[in-house]
Design a protein around this ligand. Structure first.
Ligand code: GLU
Ligand code: ZN
Length: 293
């Protein structure tokens, strides 16, 4: 069965959505709707399983600003079997290896030849069974699983950034605590629900070559990307709770929609009205500096 193409918004329920997250959600919805796609919502709660009330509030906030979606909201914790099956498949294909490194180990390891700055240095890639045994005993914690990739970089095409080349290292697909890694879960879920258009904040642009690599490896179609500018505070830092009134509960629906529309240069202050004015080529390329109040 082939699914009709879809876009999506996929928040992590670590905190209530702030005005910047809401704006990204509106843009994801506009991109999907203006191209005739279905729109889906997925709460990425693998890390924040205990914060389901935050996830529920996020979903309510997205409905309150007028966004609509075409399937029941998905929660990643409901998909563990799906991730485990893909991890098993990669393991059976000999593409995974155990990594015992802490963050500090990685920071202190010498850079591998040819590997770009910031790439995993390959410390655990060629360990023998005996070495693995002794690393396991030394660290006393279960290893993460990394994907054995055959390249250092990859290029994706992004509707906002054009051609973007970034690191494709041996990235983690299952963390030491057994939780599937974000990069794996996102690729598997997007493919499973027919998502072929990924719109999200541009803090994730650098992850997209890794995700595109994994998608290709698993035989999934490669999606279109649009990484949209983040919202910053007046100091140029990422918007956060301490910046004042930033959530929908604090700002109110009407004012939030006015601010989002204003930041995008639209006269309309409903999402349906913004859809009529939406022009991806005219999107602001600069971060939106948000002034609460
Ligand atoms: N859950 C991720 C976040 O909130 C976004 C994942 C994605 O859109 O690919 O940062
Ligand atoms: Zn390692």
């Amino acid at each position: 069965m082939s699914l009709a193409p879809a876009g999506r918004f996929a928040p992590s329920p670590s905190a209530d959505l702030h005005i910047g997250n809401l704006r990204t959600a509106v843009l994801a919805w506009l991109f999907a709707r203006s191209t005739g796609r279905r729109f889906l919502l997925r709460v990425e709660d693998l890390d924040d399983r205990t914060f389901s009330d935050i996830g529920t509030r996020q979903v309510d906030d997205l409905a309150a600003i007028g966004l609509t979606w075409d399937a029941p909201v998905e929660w990643q914790t409901g998909h563990r079997d799906r991730y485990d099956a893909v991890i098993k498949q990669l393991q059976d294909d000999g593409l995974l290896y155990e990594c015992y490194c802490s963050r500090k180990d990685i920071a202190q390891a010498p850079q591998a030849p040819h590997a770009p700055q910031g790439a995993y240095p390959g410390t655990c890639r060629e360990l023998t069974a005996v070495e693995r045994e002794s690393r396991r005993a030394e660290t006393g914690r279960p290893p993460a699983l990394r994907l054995r990739t055959d390249t250092f970089v990859g290029t994706v095409t992004d509707l906002v950034h054009g051609s973007y080349t970034g690191i494709v290292d041996d990235f983690v697909v299952r963390r030491g605590d057994g939780v599937p890694a974000y990069n794996l879960a996102v690729v598997v879920d997007d493919a499973a629900s027919g998502v072929d258009q990924i719109v999200r904040g541009d803090d994730l642009l650098s992850s997209s070559p890794r995700q595109a690599y994994l998608a290709r490896l698993l035989g999934y179609p490669e999606p279109t990307y649009a990484h949209v500018p983040l919202v910053l505070n007046e100091d140029g830092a990422r918007l956060a709770k301490r910046d004042g009134a930033v959530t929908l509960a604090e700002i109110g629906v009407d004012r939030a929609l006015e601010q989002i529309a204003g930041s995008l240069g639209y006269a309309a202050t409903t999402v349906a009205g913004m859809l009529a004015e939406f022009d991806p080529a005219a999107l602001p390329r600069q971060p939106w500096i948000y002034q609460p109040g």
